[in-house]
Design a binder for this molecule. Structure first.
Ligand code: NAD
Ligand code: LEU
Length: 366
């Protein structure tokens, strides 16, 4: 990859390569845009096939956070970290302490939280080195694990998308295919089951599948089968790029609404599903519940206030669908316009992020 060319094309601000030999830390922090405020985005730990793959993931995810935070109406920019390694085998305390020191070195330009492969316990370790971390344990006055809140936001957004496709936002009796039943999707399945939906699920982790089969009466299928199952709604809740040339032709759903980041491999895949008449709830709009929740920590966490804002994901998805219909454009493009217009308006009234008291997580105890 020609890094500067890529960064220039999508207007990235900064990339930090972090290496700590003793702990084995190999991390890439990417700050995409701080027009709206400090870059808030989670830390993913994953076994990438190559450094190139890790770099590309970090870049794509960081830019996604800029759009997510802007579309959610947060005064935050976008950034993300990937740590190269196996979250089941390669973690140690020194690694997250070392990573915390790198974050501290950015002096508030980047604030982290959980993502795939990282946990509240990891955030607690980072917090020993820097206040610029959210999703820390409630014992510190924090909001804890963002996944259940993300799940609730996805559930609300799914209802808004269903309203467009089926003329009712009730999910009772709907068949919903869920790809990946990890932290977010387990909680999503609970909401869907409580509303009377029928679940078809898959995961590469058998234990995760067994849990939702046992608790919510879900039917399990193999990972490759999930795209082609007969269903009303497809909920991608694993990793990104799963709407692509290989999968689109298999899809039977009328709605795509799930938690995964970067679901479209390329924008042309968003055009294709639009032409097929599928109502697509743009990933970064529907999965903003977690970041809305952790962002509230910056004001001294208040769960009621955070949940009220998460409720607005229903309205945000409805608004994106309305713009899509009004302007005859796919929903992914409508969401991009919403986010870009907000950033542009703010860019004209202020430029770069400056640290002020509101961004210091002072309400917590150490
Ligand atoms: N956790 C959050 O609050 C949050 C917020 C916004 C977006 N997201 C996104 O939602 C997605 C899920 O996040 P999570 O926190 O639940 O992660 P997780 O790691 O707990 O769950 C992901 C699940 O997907 C499974 N999986 C991976 N590859 C798969 C495949 N090919 N087929 C089937 N299953 C597969 C994993 O085994 C795991 O159980 C991610 O894309 C994440 O970036 C998460
Ligand atoms: C909780 C958030 C800061 C990060 C989350 N993983 C997301 O992608 O939105």
């Amino acid at each position: 990859m020609e890094i500067f060319k890529y960064m220039e094309t999508y207007d990235y601000e900064q990339m930090v390569i972090c290496q700590d030999k003793q702990s084995g830390l190999k991390a890439i922090i990417v700050i995409h845009d701080t027009t709206l405020g400090p870059a808030l985005g989670g830390t993913r730990m994953w076994t990438y096939k190559s450094e190139e793959d890790a770099l590309e993931d970090a870049l794509r995810l960081a830019r996604g956070m800029t759009y997510k935070n802007a579309a959610a109406g947060l005064n935050l920019g976008g950034g993300k970290t990937v740590i190269i390694g196996d979250p089941k085998k390669d973690k140690n305390e020194e690694m997250f302490r070392a990573f915390g020191r790198y974050i501290q070195g950015l002096n508030g330009r980047y604030i982290t939280a959980e993502d795939v492969g990282t946990t509240v316990e990891d955030m607690d370790i980072i917090y020993q080195e820097t206040p610029f971390v959210t999703g820390v344990s409630p014992a510190f006055g924090s909001s804890g694990n963002p996944s259940p809140v993300t799940a609730y936001g996805v559930y609300r957004g799914m209802k808004a998308a269903a309203n467009e496709a089926f003329g009712t936002d009730s999910l009772e009796g709907k068949v919903i295919a869920v790809q990946g039943v990890g932290h977010v999707a387990y909680n999503l399945c609970r909401h869907l089951h409580e509303e009377g939906a029928h679940l078809i699920v898959t995961d590469i982790n058998k234990e995760a599948v067994d849990r939702v089969v046992g608790e919510f009466g879900a039917k399990a299928v193999d990972p490759d089968e999930i795209y082609g199952v007969e269903c009303d709604i497809f909920a991608p809740c694993a990793l990104g790029a799963i709407i692509n040339d290989q999968t689109i032709g298999q899809l039977k759903a009328k709605v795509i609404a799930g938690a995964a980041n970067n679901q479209l491999r390329e924008t042309r895949h968003g055009d294709a599903i639009h032409e097929m008449g599928i109502v697509y709830a743009p990933d970064y709009v529907i999965n903003a519940g977690g970041v809305i929740n952790v962002a509230d920590e910056l004001n001294g966490y208040n769960r009621d206030r955070a949940m009220k804002k998460v409720e607005t994901i229903y309205d945000n998805i409805a608004k994106v669908i309305e713009i899509s219909k009004r302007d005859h454009i796919p929903t992914y493009l409508a969401a991009d316009r919403l986010a870009e217009e907000r950033i542009e308006r703010m860019r004209n009234s202020r430029s770069q992020f400056l640290l002020n008291e509101r961004h210091i997580l002072s309400s917590r105890t150490r």
